[in-house]
Design a protein. Structure first.
Length: 448
């Protein structure tokens, strides 16, 4: 029953709310010990407008019902002693603050706008985030055992009106064999020596840390910002945070290693678990000889596949060293949907190279070995791609789109379970609704 985004983070709407004329607040609904205020509805309406939702006379009713549903979940979560970890709350809080920073311009501008420090903002809204996560966890608990059989999927599909069956754009699925060149100990030492030389320029010659980060850092997310990162404890990998929390403001760390490569860090500011730092990352790079060796391996693999001397499945096991696909016949999963099929929009976001390789290929064709950049792990390698399947634009059907239809059937079943749970819990929970909202056409039986 997610009519709108549940428990929308109020901070995101504060800039607009603060600009609105002041109105007299009042309680419009109560669920157990939790109350829904008129100001809550106003904040949600602003968020709905930002999301492109059309404002109608019924929108207030939808928002009230959505908030009552969230409070019903929260009430039950507390009864059932459901817990969320402090780390989950902190991580979610930081994600939300980053959204605000991007909207306003920087963390400093955000603090100036609200007239509060980041720590004060977090303290004020941490309970809201915790309640949101508790509600989400309660909903997951209610629907955790929902599953559908193939017969139920077929029944669900057959009852869909033809004009309700979604149109599916052309989609493709792929397999790959990837060889990442070996990074030797010598390659690692070269990276470490390069970073030590950069550190010496900063410490001994007084070079600007931020300038050196812009010139040398291989972290695409922070290099353009002079290496600046603002975070809270638990967000970064342990070796990175160990270095940060061992520094005083202005200090520069020694060179240290993480799974991403070698780093140096300069602490800018730290307040409790929150910190701002600058860092420079140098990733060990393999030699040209190692890259040539990888290309030769895959050239041999390609020839064997073309000559029918080896099956695709055997070639994946023998040649590929890509952990994400090697044990799955090389199938590349779409990280956006979790499915094997990709549409063009997803491909453009995740792997533009692959479409150029397979545009003129038929199902079952394989590409010649090509250079490959894994953007997620920032690794370069060589790969062969196989086009598994290509579909034309069509209405969803059980043969081509079973996973999509199965998810829709599961969602319908979940919604039915949630509706039954909601109405059952309404009967044993104190509910009060303001007279102004008693004429609402609610989905659930909030009013006897």
């Amino acid at each position: 029953m997610k009519l709108l985004s549940i428990f929308s983070f109020v901070v995101l709407a504060l800039s607009q709310v603060n600009a609105q004329p002041k109105t007299i607040d009042k309680v419009v609904a109560q669920v157990g010990d939790n109350i829904v205020l008129l100001s809550d509805i106003q904040a949600q309406k602003i968020q709905a407008l930002q999301a492109g939702v059309t404002v109608t006379p019924e929108l207030d009713c939808r928002i009230v019902e959505d908030l009552m549903y969230q409070y019903l979940l929260l009430n039950q979560a507390r009864i059932d002693s459901i817990e969320v970890l402090d780390g989950q709350v902190d991580a979610e809080m930081e994600n939300r603050l980053r959204v605000i920073e991007n909207q306003i311009g920087s963390r400093q501008k955000m603090e100036e706008f609200y007239g509060k420090t980041t720590t004060q903002i977090k303290q004020e809204f941490r309970p809201i985030i915790r309640d949101q996560l508790l509600s989400q966890e309660m909903e997951r608990t209610i629907t955790s055992e929902v599953s559908v059989t193939p017969r139920e999927v077929q029944k669900f599909y057959k009852k869909l009106p033809i004009d309700s069956i979604p149109l599916i754009n052309a989609q493709l699925s792929f397999q790959q064999i990837v060889v990442y060149p070996d990074v030797t100990e010598r390659d690692k030492q070269n990276a470490k020596d390069k970073l030590q030389e950069i550190r010496n320029k900063i410490i001994r010659e007084g070079k600007s840390f931020s300038t050196q980060a812009r010139i040398h850092s291989m972290d695409p997310g922070s290099a353009a910002l002079g290496g600046e990162i603002t975070a809270t404890r638990g967000m970064m990998v342990p070796p990175f945070e160990a270095a940060v929390f061992n520094l005083e403001a202005g200090d520069v760390s020694d060179v240290f290693e993480t799974d991403y490569g070698y780093h140096i860090v300069k602490l800018v500011d730290r307040k409790g678990d929150n910190y701002t730092c600058r860092h420079i990352l140098i990733v060990p790079e393999f030699s040209n000889t190692a890259l040539e060796s990888a290309a030769l391996q895959l050239d041999s693999c390609y020839q064997k596949l073309k000559n029918g001397e080896m099956t695709w499945e055997d070639a994946v096991i023998k040649y590929s060293n890509d952990d994400a696909t090697r044990r799955n016949k090389g199938i590349i999963t779409n990280p956006i949907t979790g499915d094997q099929m990709w549409d063009m929009e997803d491909l453009n976001q995740v792997d533009q190279q692959i479409y150029l390789l397979t545009d003129a290929m038929e199902e079952g064709d394989i590409s010649q070995p090509n250079l490959y950049m894994n953007m997620f792990e920032r690794k370069q390698g060589v790969r062969i791609v196989r086009l598994m399947k290509r579909t034309k634009p069509h209405r969803a059907n059980l043969d081509d789109d079973y996973a999509l239809i199965k998810r829709a059937a599961e969602n319908e079943k979940k919604q039915e379970i949630i509706k039954n749970w909601t109405n059952s819990n309404i009967k044993r929970t104190f509910i009060r609704i303001d007279e102004d909202f008693k004429d609402c056409d609610f989905i659930n039986d909030w009013i006897e």
